[in-house]
Ligand binder design. Structure first.
Ligand SMILES: NC(=O)CC[C@H](N)C(=O)O
Length: 309
């Protein structure tokens, strides 16, 4: 029986919040360093339209790596899975999300999966459109459809802050370009990627996107099939195998919910067939996942037996 009341959620948030102190807000993207370490909020969106929540649910945050799974869905729709997987692999790496190591040792040097930065840059490169602006607007429109909220946009300050400091991501792009995995101008791709990562929303919106993935691509409120079931299935599989970076194995064992995190402290969860979860807690553990957010998911999963395994 899933959690049905915001009171129950409030109790779990209060418990999980205690471990926020032992984490750290990301500051390698300088604008993210302004976040409040103690924030923790959650929303759960059910197929009948009911939404329960706790914490500072109106606060908006940038998607960062959560955007990778949404972008992957769009590109799978745009190009089909055969084409996409000619350019990016399907295997977890066990390395940090921004690592360049495997690119150098693998042959051909195509990135191992779309959830690490190298793979996500390739996926962003594959968004169809004639200009950065057109490609970005297509991704944004897809997000508007998923959330049913056409006011969602990106945070210029965070996008600029990442664009000015993303030396490692630029290095990944140049490596990929040298090996003919990407063709476009690196600065152009970085502009698109940093805007994508800076798309901002609150936990209610994020839970709604999680719900669409949970329900195999259907938005239960409009009845519309927003993405083919196969696309939702592929994305959820990556969320299980690579969604929490190099903590995905432990997360699958302890929590067992397809999830995707980002360094701003967001986590999107999709409990298959049941509901969507949005979490925001900017204090991160050493692997770059929301420390209190993971604790909160662990409490939820144990209390309500949510593991899919
Ligand atoms: N793990 C993350 O959320 C990383 C996203 C961030 N924009 C980066 O590319 O470094």
């Amino acid at each position: 029986m899933p959690c049905r009341s915001s009171d129950e959620l409030n109790t779990l948030v209060a418990k999980a919040k205690k471990c926020a102190k032992s984490g750290k807000v990301a500051d390698y993207i300088p604008a993210l360093g302004k976040a409040n370490q103690d924030d923790l909020s959650i929303a759960i969106h059910y197929p009948d339209g009911r939404c329960i929540s706790a914490g500072c649910i109106e606060k908006r945050f940038t998607l960062q790596s959560i955007s990778k799974v949404i972008c992957l869905a769009l590109v799978l729709i745009d190009r089909g899975s055969n084409y996409v997987f000619e350019h990016v692999g399907m295997e977890p790496t066990g390395d940090p999300f921004n690592s360049i190591a495997k690119l150098e040792t693998m042959s051909p040097s195509k990135p191992l999966n779309p959830m690490i930065n190298a793979g996500a840059l390739v996926v962003t490169h594959l968004i169809k459109g004639n200009s950065v602006e057109e490609r970005f607007q297509r991704l944004l429109s897809f997000i508007h459809e998923l959330t049913n909220d056409s006011t969602i946009n990106y945070c210029e300050e965070v996008a600029r802050s990442e664009f000015e400091t993303a030396h490692l991501n630029r290095a990944l792009c140049y490596f990929l370009k040298q090996h003919n995995i990407i063709e476009e101008d690196v600065e152009q791709l970085m502009e698109l990627y940093t805007k994508q990562c800076a798309i901002q929303m609150n936990v209610l919106d994020l839970a709604r996107i999680g719900l669409v993935f949970a329900l195999d691509g259907v938005d239960p409120l409009s009845g519309k099939q927003i993405m083919p079931p196969d696309v939702a299935r592929i994305c959820k599989t990556f969320m299980v195998t690579c969604g929490m970076y190099n903590a995905s194995g432990e997360f699958a064992i302890k929590i067992g919910i397809p999830s995707k995190s980002g360094v701003s402290g967001g986590i999107m969860g999709a409990v298959p067939g049941k509901f969507g979860i949005g979490i925001f807690g900017p204090s991160l553990d050493e692997k770059g996942n929301s420390i209190a957010g993971i604790k909160l998911l662990e409490l939820l999963s144990k209390n309500y037996k949510l593991s899919m395994f």
